[in-house]
Design a protein around this ligand. Structure first.
Ligand SMILES: [Fe+2]
Length: 249
């Protein structure tokens, strides 16, 4: 499988809790490339309570890292600027003023919440971003209890996804969840959501080489075995074309 676009990564060196330096960054890029990834959106955290890296610095780093991996290793991998933005009341202002970045300067915004966030707050956030002309992509959607069980019932496996999609959100899932196995509740939920084609992007959310690594061959094997080919292409590549397709350096 080639041409994969990884839309959620903490690959830039020394900017957040992801790659600490160029050495780890380089190895994360090499591993990604070996798995078939040829485009990456760098999404360092934007946390409203912290002093975040400036958008200009993120853009510069993307360009520098892209050039360096090409020069050193001959790896042609596109690296686009973006951010994973923790939802906050001023998010629209942060985006409009260029303090926070959308994905590859598109209308798509990778947004995260606290894992215990209420379902009603997530709905309000989607409405808030859509009203301002943005398309929210909910980062690691498998992480939120309130989305997995919006009404608190065991059996309501994916009602939350359907409603939130109807409100205008898209969903990104972390590939690591595929390794949780069918006995793990979140693993079961995630597989079901994929089989029902309710997820729009699979991405690594890579932070390092060990505990939160790049997309692995084992994960891709699972995808190849369990999902139909058109859907595989959509969640690993096709849907991301909508995001990076308009990008001009
Ligand atoms: Fe992340």
């Amino acid at each position: 499988m080639t041409n994969i676009t990884d839309i959620h990564t903490h690959v830039l060196p020394g900017i957040d809790d992801g790659a600490p330096d160029w050495n780890i960054c380089r190895q994360m890029l090499i591993q990604s490339y070996k798995s078939g990834v040829d485009s990456i959106i760098a999404t360092p955290h934007y946390l409203p309570w912290e002093k975040n890296a400036s958008a200009a610095r993120i853009r510069r780093l993307c360009q520098r890292v892209q050039e360096q991996i090409r020069e050193e290793k001959g790896i042609a991998i596109n690296i686009y600027p973006g951010q994973e933005i923790y939802y906050h009341g001023d998010i629209v202002e942060s985006l409009k003023t260029g303090k926070a970045l959308t994905l590859a300067d598109s209308r798509y915004v990778l947004v995260e919440f606290s894992s215990g966030e209420s379902y009603s707050t997530i709905k309000r956030a989607i409405h808030h971003l859509r009203e301002a002309g943005y398309i929210p992509i909910i980062a690691h959607v498998e992480r939120y209890q309130s989305i997995r069980k919006p009404d608190g019932k065991q059996e309501s496996r994916s009602a939350g996804l359907k409603e939130l999609y109807d409100l205008g959100a898209l969903f990104q899932m972390n590939t690591e969840v595929l390794q949780l196995g069918t006995f793990h509740q979140t693993g079961r939920w995630a597989r079901k959501a994929l089989e029902q084609k309710q997820i729009h992007f699979l991405a690594s959310d890579m932070h390092n080489l060990k505990t939160r690594p790049p997309i692995t061959k084992e994960q891709l094997c699972w995808i190849r075995k369990h999902l139909d080919r058109d859907y595989q292409n959509s969640i690993l590549y096709g849907n991301a074309v909508e995001i990076v397709g308009q990008w001009v350096q």
